[in-house]
Design a protein around this ligand. Sequence first.
Ligand code: ZN
Length: 93
Amino acid sequence: MRCPVCAASELVHDTRNLPYTCDCETMIIPAVVGDYCPACNEGVLDAPESARVIAAMLAFVAFNKMKLGQLKNGIQTGWPAETPERSILMTSR
Ligand SMILES: [Zn+2]
């Protein structure tokens, strides 16, 4: 499958540790299985894996907001909306 973002390369199935940065803090989401683009480093995950990553991110964002005393209504991640089967995951590299 070609990368849906840059269309420059075929996706490669891989397991990676994904860094995620929020409010200058970085976490690593370990062993994320997905199809990754060698050209732009975009990752395409299946639905369960995507849900796991998003849950980890939201927990991290909530933790940071609490730590900073800035807990507000709703959490904005700035991540693209999920498609029914797959979602596109931006990596920070
Ligand atoms: Zn790409």
